[in-house]
Design a protein. Structure first.
Length: 401
DNA sequence: TCTGGGGTCCTAGGACCC
DNA sequence: TCTGGGGTCCTAGGACCC
């Protein structure tokens, strides 16, 4: 049966949501009508553009570029700090609206969903009509605009939603790709990034059509499995399903760009401890346990390196994860100036799904009670409440430089 | 005050086993 | 003893996405 898939993408999501929320709270100024961005804190060295208004875009400001560069392009730019709990709220509201149309929804990111309407379209009903209704309802009921891509192939739907913006609906059915997609530069194709772009360019592949028309074996020879994937995308044959089933995370990580470079284990450890506790807490909230811990460093030359290790047994304990993280830092750190430190846990399994071994069972102990108490207090009083003495010291130190 | 933070998936090489 | 080769697990690194 021919599929009917929508890809729905919020236009300038973080900025639009912030704008809508401010209007709702009595603000007269609509951020969408001025040069504005959502950006990090420059004094904390997190100064990059996360989202932008269309006016900011007209100044040539790009997502991901440093704010100081954005300011050069537009000195009057307004920079609004990010607010992720707000975004989550708006994302959830959007999802709820979609649920009125189908239960086959994949939340692809905080501001993007795939909807599989194949089984939900009644005979004689037009998918375009449904898309129009969704788009207009979002605008009227939630106050922001979306782009919708419609196709019989998941990736084509995603490509279609990226055509002209904002507040637009585009179709890109397989039989339309030649004149709607093949003329686009290859950089526009989903999953083609900077590195692949260079390589494709050297092979004389400039447009999506160039890739589509190349011999399959030629592409596989140069790009392997990845090559087959993008070649299939270019031909409108992704064959990917809308993955609507609730999926659990495969890994959980937290990392931080430090306010200033650090060059000793002593300075780095308290930060790592805090990150480890954050990650362990998130792990417990997911009701999952991890089998691998990974610590990553980025130095002032932007070189990234990491070590990981398999734990003797799976765990969600702050103490055990922190211990592993500290050991990894010891073996990893080579004396350079560190800009970013991060930890992540991998190899996750659901606590409820697995049979705990006798050894795991024994871990039901003092540490667990501490974790439970700390988690409870965190939920009751907020994240900042629970701190270790070592962390408080760290923050005192931060004032000096 | 130049370059965030959260993810997923893939590859390649070494260890180890049969 | 002129020495294969498949499979799995583990680690490090990298590409790409939003």
């Amino acid at each position: 049966m021919e599929k009917r898939i929508l890809h729905i993408d919020v236009n300038n999501a973080f900025l639009s949501w912030t704008a809508v929320d401010r209007l709702k709270h009595g603000d007269k100024l609509d951020l969408r009508t001025i040069p504005a961005i959502i950006g990090g804190d420059e004094s904390q060295r997190k100064g990059i553009v996360v989202a932008k208004s269309n006016i900011a875009k007209q100044f040539g400001i790009k997502t991901g570029e440093p704010i100081y560069q954005a300011r050069k392009k537009c000195p009057s730019i307004i920079n609004v700090p990010a607010n992720h709990s707000l975004y989550k709220k708006y994302s959830d509201n959007l999802y709820k609206l979609f649920c009125e149309y189908t239960d086959k929804i994949e939340r692809f990111s905080i501001d993007e969903c795939f909807l599989d309407l194949t089984e939900f379209i009644k005979p004689g009903e037009d998918v375009l009509k449904i898309a129009i209704e969704i788009k207009e309802r979002v605008k009227k009921e939630l106050g922001f605009t979306v782009n919708i891509g419609i196709s019989d192939d998941k990736i084509l739907a995603k490509m279609a939603s990226d055509f002209e913006k904002p507040d637009k609906i585009h179709t890109l059915f397989k039989n339309e790709i030649e004149y709607k997609m093949w003329n686009l530069p290859i950089s526009e194709l989903f999953m083609v990034g900077k590195k692949s772009l260079n390589k494709l360019d050297k092979l004389g592949i400039k447009t999506i059509g160039d890739l589509a028309k190349k011999d399959e074996r030629f592409i596989i020879k140069h790009f392997g499995k990845y090559g087959f994937m993008i070649w299939s995308y270019a031909n409108g044959n992704s064959n990917e399903e809308v993955n609507y089933k609730e999926s659990r995370p495969k890994g959980i990580g937290n990392s931080v760009t430090l306010p200033y470079d650090m060059a000793s284990i002593e300075q780095l450890t308290p930060v790592l401890v805090r990150l480890s506790e954050q990650v362990s807490y998130r792990l417990r909230k997911e009701n999952m346990i991890a089998s691998v811990v990974n610590v990553q460093l980025k130095n002032n030359k932007f070189e990234v390196y990491s070590h990981q290790k398999k734990l003797p047994h799976r765990t969600d304990s702050s103490k055990e994860i922190t211990k592993a993280a500290k050991e990894l830092l010891e073996e990893l750190y080579k004396g350079d100036k560190i800009r970013l430190i991060g930890i992540r846990v991998d190899g996750l399994s659901g606590k409820d799904e697995i049979q705990l071994s006798l050894f795991d069972e024994k871990e039901e102990s003092k540490d667990k009670k501490i974790d439970k108490t700390v988690d409870y207090l965190k939920e009751k009083f907020g994240y900042g409440m629970i701190k270790k003495a070592s962390e408080i010291k760290r923050e005192d130190k931060q004032i000096k430089p």
